[in-house]
Design a protein around this ligand. Structure first.
Ligand SMILES: *Cc1c(COP(=O)(O)O)cnc(C)c1O
Length: 385
């Protein structure tokens, strides 16, 4: 097989991104100001109530340790994680803010909640009993959120649980209900009848519970209109640039760029194949650049051959080049035959404001949530100062 590895830079390029750790071959560059601007935009679109920051799963893979304090600096005072451990890790960075793990409290974690001032999301009579017992033992009222199930059927009080509370409100003794919340199952589909049905069920549930502030919309719910507004919206995805209105222009800005480094460049003859199982064969003499990112980094294998990389930064002009061949565990290959000269050490942009997380998700047959939360620990998170 003819092979020529270009070792000397053909053009003089700035090292880019400048702050990339030397050893990293993939970097995720975050613009925290864009995340803060997205949060402000969501506040503008939810005028009747407050807006929380959902930072579960390490802020959807972007890095909660950087994202949550930036939202706090912007004025955000309500944070949702999924796990208790995520909440505890953020506690010292978010003084005075409400931090609540959406997954609810696992038995035996009660004292950790108290010790770290984490507010539980109670979604069943058993959990409520544990917290009322805790309040009695502590001799004080304890803040909680009540999670009502209005159609998701995963977590939250069901109809029987609600009826039990309606019949015997003393079951909530000792609890200070900060919010009653529920979660929409299809908010990204404005015409789905589930939305109106959940709104009806949520109103009915709140009517039988003690009066308390309400928390309703996720990202897409904020865009469903005033009927879905509440005292506290809980957006996650939209903060991170995922389009909360699929099929319509994205009202959010993408706050990230994923770049991978060129490890080698080689010229191959027409008819040669690239990668496992020879899924791509060169139709003409071709130049292939091999990038240091693969499915072990969460770069999705199903997107093999279905997306492009951009030559951006360092003097490049944004030329797109097609990914060819199969994404493997640690490597991805692209066809740079028609591109300006690419050399080992160059950074190619795989995802960002131009080829968005939603675009990559479409190419991979999944949603952008899975793309972002799947980005692995070998990808260096860079937060430019
Ligand atoms: C994840 C989650 C959210 C945030 O949803 P997005 O679609 O990312 O805005 C809100 N509420 C609950 C209960 C969640 O699990």
């Amino acid at each position: 097989m003819p092979e020529s590895v270009t070792e000397t830079p053909l053009v003089d390029r700035d090292s880019f991104p400048a702050t990339a750790p030397d050893a990293a071959t993939a970097v995720l560059e975050l613009d925290l100001d864009v995340i803060a601007a997205n949060w402000q935009e969501l506040r503008r679109r939810h005028p009747g109530g407050d807006v929380a920051g959902v930072v579960k799963a390490d802020a959807y893979g972007l890095g909660a340790a950087a994202v949550a304090p930036r939202l706090y600096a912007a004025g955000c005072r309500h944070f949702f994680t999924a796990h208790l451990a995520e909440a505890i890790a953020l506690r010292p960075r978010l003084p005075g803010a409400l931090i609540a793990p959406l997954n609810g409290p696992v038995p035996g974690t009660e004292h950790a909640y108290l010790a770290h001032d984490i507010v539980p999301v109670l979604g069943g009579l058993g959990e409520i009993e544990r917290w009322t017992a805790l309040a009695r033992a502590e001799g004080r009222k304890l803040p909680v959120l009540l999670h009502v199930d209005t159609g998701m059927n995963r977590l939250g009080l069901d109809a029987a649980g609600l009826a039990a509370l309606a019949d015997a409100p003393e079951r909530l003794a000792g609890l200070s209900i900060r919010y009653v919340m529920t979660h929409l199952v299809a908010a990204e589909l404005p015409d789905d009848p589930a939305n109106a049905e959940q709104r009806r069920r949520f109103a009915a549930a709140c009517a039988v519970l003690p009066p308390a502030p309400r928390s309703f919309a996720n990202s897409s719910g904020i865009f469903l209109g005033a009927g879905f507004a509440s005292d506290l919206a809980r957006p996650g995805a939209a903060l991170y640039g995922i389009n909360p209105t699929p099929g319509r222009p994205n009202p959010m800005r993408v706050p990230l760029r994923l770049r991978a480094r060129v490890l080698q460049v080689r010229d191959i003859a027409a008819g040669e194949s690239v990668g496992y199982n020879a899924t791509w064969r060169a139709p003409r003499p071709s130049r292939i650049a091999t990038l240091g990112i693969g499915y072990a980094d969460g770069w999705p294998r199903p997107a093999s051959g279905r997306t492009r990389a951009l030559l951006t930064g360092g003097g490049f002009d944004g030329t797109p080049v097609p990914l060819v061949g199969r994404v493997s565990m640690d490597l991805t290959t692209c066809d740079v035959t028609d591109a300006p000269p690419v050399v080992p050490g160059d950074w190619l942009e795989l995802m960002g404001p131009t080829i968005t997380p939603d675009d990559i998700a479409d190419a991979a047959g999944t949603n952008a949530y899975e793309i972002l939360t799947g980005l692995g620990p070998r990808i260096a998170r860079i937060v430019p100062a």
